[in-house]
Design a binder for this molecule. Structure first.
Ligand code: DAH
Length: 379
């Protein structure tokens, strides 16, 4: 009976098939698939070759068996080596790849209004002022009455007030400690901050100006006074190029023996030069119920150097703030003796300063948080 010829070509075909597929196997899954395809017990093609052994004559069987087993070992070794190679390059769980490029964090900037606020606070801290804040929800007494604006005073019409729908009973700021940012706060201030305001009043409105804090401070502390009060104020204005219903002010108040208009002028000139550099300053007579005399302070227009242009409406001057010598009626309302002390006060808008300083012509830009605007200011 003729024996079946020893067919090596099936082994060679399996070997070249494996080689061809092996290079592309670059993951555990692909190696496993390759293993199954060639070596799995049930369906592996090399296993299949071994299963044909029984059909061969004894001598051919041995030789064919050796050849197939060599191929089997070859395949196992190749798969094993590659599996180990892949394993050795794998990151341990939780490892950090220090070669990755760093992540760029977006850089924040200081808002232009905050820049102005810090600058003004710095200027006055250097002059020995205390910086403090007050409540935004106020009562009529502090916002108007004690500032020499009794209920039917026409000056109340100067500011359109936002009233609360329901008054907040017993809002008594006077009993709280002042928050102070000043490093060199006048000695003894801390202990005195707890003097209670005898008269507890219901808050009925949003303060229309930081001037309300003049009253709170003087009712709580005896003279001398040297304070700056930055903070938000509210008015019934519609949003337009130069108005917002909420904006920010600085109040300044200095009280002591022998304080004069010359002190007011010198102080404001020093501040304005620090803020705007070499500009001209002028005091223009004005009216505020809580100061007498009162003055509005103008600076020479930086756009035209004072010769007149569109920015300053061809006047050469830009209005910056209101100020004056504290009215004796205000001192009486807080229990100071107007025969002993005098003082000056001023109030100015933070946005106004920022607009002049940075050449911004719309107030609402400060509150829209448009990055194209904010990114124009240095970090
Ligand atoms: N309170 C005024 C306003 O909101 C500004 C002001 C004017 C404040 C004169 C003062 C002052 O302290 O003396 O427009």
């Amino acid at each position: 009976m003729p024996e079946p010829a020893l067919d090596r070509s099936a082994i060679e075909a399996a070997r070249s098939e494996f080689r061809a597929r092996f290079d592309a196997a670059d993951s555990d899954q692909k190696l496993k698939a390759l293993h199954d395809e060639f070596l799995s017990r049930k369906s592996g093609s090399v296993t299949g070759l071994l299963k044909t052994l029984g059909t061969l004559a004894p001598e051919a069987r041995r030789e064919f068996g050796q050849l197939v087993n060599t191929l089997k070992t070859e395949i196992e070794t190749a798969l094993d080596e590659k599996r180990r190679a892949i394993e050795s390059t794998r990151q341990p769980a939780g490892a950090v790849d220090v070669t990755l490029p760093g992540r760029q964090l977006p850089m924040g900037r200081i808002h232009p209004l905050m820049r102005v606020r810090r600058e003004v606070e710095d200027i006055f801290t250097h002059m020995g002022y205390e910086i403090l804040e007050g409540p935004e929800v106020e009562d009529d007494f502090h916002n108007f009455e004690a500032l020499n604006m009794p209920p039917d005073h026409p000056a109340r019409d100067m500011q359109d007030t936002l009233y609360l729908g329901a008054p907040i009973a017993g809002a008594t700021w006077g009993a709280h400690r002042l928050s102070t940012h000043a490093q060199g706060a006048p000695s003894g201030v801390e202990g005195r901050g707890t003097v209670p305001d005898a008269q507890v009043r219901a808050a009925t409105l949003l303060r229309t100006h930081t001037s309300a804090m003049q009253i709170r401070y003087m009712k709580t502390f005896p003279p001398p006074v040297r304070i700056i009060v930055p903070g938000r104020v509210y008015r019934r204005d519609n949003l337009d190029l130069s108005h917002t219903p909420m904006f920010q002010q600085f109040e300044g108040l200095v009280v002591g023996e022998g304080i004069t208009l010359a002190d007011l002028k010198g102080t404001l000139e020093a501040m304005i030069r620090a803020l705007f550099g070499d500009v001209k300053v002028r005091l223009r007579p004005s009216f505020f119920p809580y100061t007498e005399p009162s003055a509005e302070v103008d600076v020479s227009c930086r756009s035209c150097g004072g010769s007149g242009c569109g920015v300053c409406k061809h006047t050469g001057w830009l209005e910056l703030l209101g100020s004056g010598m504290v009215h004796p009626a205000v001192f009486e309302a807080v229990g100071y003796d107007p025969d002993k002390v005098t003082g000056f006060a001023f109030g100015m808008g933070m946005e106004r300063i920022a607009m002049l300083k940075y050449g911004v012509n719309e107030i609402r830009l400060f509150y829209e948080n448009d990055l194209r605007f904010l990114e124009q200011f240095p970090i």
